[in-house]
Structure formats: C-alpha cells, structure tokens
Write a protein that binds this ligand. Structure first.
Ligand code: OSB
Ligand code: MG
Length: 365
C-alpha cells in the first residue's frame, strides 16, 4: 500500500469522573491520533501515551515528535503493518509512538482488504466480557458506591487501583459488601520488595490477581514476592515485548499477563505475547489506557483471541466519556461486541473530532 500523507491530531476529551492511580489523577484525556491516507483506504491509529511520563517514559508531545522526526521518515514506500517492526527497529524504545503508526497502517490495510482487525489477529469470539478499572477514591463509602454502580451496569469483574495506604481496607470492604465477585487490584509499581509481607495480607481476599506491585524493571522482586504471597502476580508495565514476557514466565515473576498493544509497540507484538503466554498455559487479558472508541475497537479485537481468558479493561464508552469520538461502545449483559467491519470497524465522527481538535499537522510523504 502506498501512503500519500499522514495526519497527526491532538484532541482533548474530559473524563466522566477523575481517574486516580498511584501515579496520577487524570481528569481529561489528551489523545494523539494518527490518520494515514493510503491509495485505497485511510486508517486511524490512537497513541495511548498520556500527557506526562508517569505510567511509562512516553508522553503525548514526545510521541508526536518521535513519529514526525524518526518514524515517518522510515516508512517503506510500499508499506504493510508487518514491515513496520523491522523498519522502526533502529529507533530505540517509544513503543506507544510505534504502535500508533502500526495501528493506523493496519487499519488502512485491512479496510482495503475488507477484513476486520479481529479476523486478522485471530479472534474467536463475537462478544467478550468486560471488566472495569476503579480509581483510588477519597473514602471507602465513595468507593463502594462506584463499585455498586458498575456491578449494576453488569461489569463482569472489578479492578481496584491500590497504593500504600489504600490497599487492604478498600479490598476488605469491597469483598465484604459484594461477596463472591471477580476482584483484582493494580498497584502500578507503587510498592517495593520490602512490602512483600504487607502484600501477602491480601491473600485472604481471594483476588484473581495483583497487577504490577513492584517497579517495571524488578522481575526478580516479583518472583520473590510470588514465593511469599498467594495472590497470583500479573505484570503490566514490565511486559515490554514477547521476549520480556517469556523471561518473566521462566523466572516465575508472573502467572498472568496484561497485554496493552501500545506498551509493546503494536498489535502484532501483542499477538506474539498472547502466543507465548498460551504456550505456557498462562492467562492473558487485554489492558486499557482509557482509549477512545478507536483504541477500544482494536482492544476488543485483541480481547477476542483464544488466550484472553480473563475479562479485560475494555469497558463501555460511557465509563470514560460523556460522548466518545466514534459511535459509543455499550455493555450488554456484561458483554462488549467485537467490531466485525473492515479494519477497526468504526470511524471517528468527524464534526465532533474537529470540535475536540487542539492541533493538527499534515505530513506529506
Ligand atoms: O495500569 O492498567 C493500568 C489507565 C491508564 C494507565 C494505566 C492503567 C490504566 C487503567 C485503566 O487501569 C484501564 C482502562 O482503560 O479502563
Ligand atoms: Mg495496570
């Protein structure tokens, strides 16, 4: 496929309520969108980087600069999504920037071929169960209210964000109030090896998993924690590639993997991680980064893979935004529908997108 131009757009979307994690409180989502204009079709990509380098080292402005200065000049003149890995390999790091370009190229390629993202990746489900990620709150009653609301909407699993000072008590309160629900926690690297005994205090609450308790580069620490605590360890930030996934599994650093295409350089590498995990009989689930409907569409395609056996952070549009930039994704009977149209299967509503656009840049190739 030949591309004539690539458009980068920055939009800003308010969140329905502040989302607080151990690393930040987000009240709005600043999103970098990539639109590739191909000969037969156009394609959209969403960069999952946030405004500041607090989840990983990437951030929106940096990703935009990497894309214009280093990735677009390396696009092959006849491009496919598969060719991008080798083409971008000389550029170290910046997986979220690379993933955004790959997502757009793959969308254009698949729209041209009349194939859906899910079919291309190897999805086997039309609908998938959705979990919801619940931020840190000011009080336990407030947390219980939010969890109650999400359960009433039909979410199949609850994930509580935790940090030192907001861990055992909120988990105990949710477990006591709601009984036998699927419940898990995410620390986003907020603890250290010295907290192993404290984290073993979560054992009595029968959590599905604890996500990324220790720093990104502390695989050995996670393996040591796994020997002390009974709650299964799931890695998010640490799993930066299929090789990192294989290493983490051989080391015993985790027994479950959260896959985010943006964190690993794109959906092709995400698919390889899925395959590594499946070969190890290790469950995978689709993580989220508060995506708009574009990223959500691709995540739902990934969540339809056979190895994604736990509910993902693929919540309905309404959990994040009053109005999404695509037709809204809705939760029906605890399930989200996997788009089946060509490419992502959804497109942005252009008038609304223009209203939200803060800046845009057209790069002719
Ligand atoms: O660690 O999974 C995470 C959001 C932003 C950055 C990191 C994470 C998250 C979430 C939200 O947990 C998941 C979602 O998109 O619903
Ligand atoms: Mg996480």
């Amino acid at each position: 496929m030949k591309l004539s131009a690539v458009e980068l757009r920055r939009i800003r979307l308010p969140l329905v309520s502040p989302f607080r994690t151990s690393f930040a409180t987000e009240t709005e989502r600043s999103v970098l969108l990539v639109r590739v204009l191909g000969t037969s079709a156009e394609g959209w990509g969403e960069c999952v980087a946030i405004d500041e380098p607090l989840y990983s080292s990437e951030y929106v402005s940096g990703a935009a600069q990497v894309i214009t200065d280093f990735l677009l000049p390396r696009l092959p003149s006849d491009v496919t999504a598969r060719a991008l890995g080798p083409a971008f390999a000389p550029v170290k790091g910046h997986p979220m920037a690379k993933a955004a370009v790959e997502m757009a190229v793959l969308d254009a390629e698949l729209r041209g071929a009349g194939m859906s993202y899910a079919a291309y990746l190897g999805g086997i489900h039309d609908r998938v169960p959705a979990g919801v990620s619940v931020g840190i709150m000011d009080s336990i009653p407030e947390l219980l209210d939010h969890v109650d609301g999400y359960l009433a909407e039909g979410y199949a699993r609850i994930k509580l964000k935790i940090q030192p000072g907001w861990d055992l008590e909120p988990v105990r309160a949710v477990r006591e109030r709601f009984g036998d629900i699927l419940l898990q926690v995410d620390a986003n690297t907020a603890y250290t090896r010295a907290d192993a005994r404290h984290l073993a205090g979560l054992d009595p609450f029968d959590l599905l998993l604890i996500e990324q308790p220790l720093p990104e580069d502390d695989l050995l620490g996670h393996a040591q924690l796994a020997a002390v605590a009974r709650t299964p360890i799931c890695l998010d930030e640490s799993i930066v590639s299929a090789r990192a996934a294989a290493d983490a599994l051989s080391l015993g650093a985790c027994s479950i993997i959260n896959v985010k295409a943006g964190r690993v350089g794109g959906y092709l590498e995400a698919r390889r991680i899925h395959d590594v995990a499946m070969a190890h009989d290790v469950p995978v689930w689709c993580g989220g980064m508060l995506e708009t409907g574009l990223g959500r569409a691709a995540n739902l395609a990934f969540a339809a893979l056979p190895g994604c056996t736990l509910p993902g952070d693929v919540s309905a549009s309404s959990r994040y935004y009053t109005r999404d930039i695509t037709e809204p994704f809705c939760l029906v009977d605890g399930l989200m529908t996997v788009p089946s149209g060509p490419g992502l299967g959804v497109s942005p509503i252009m008038d609304y997108l223009d209203e939200l656009t803060e800046s845009s840049q057209l790069v002719r190739l």
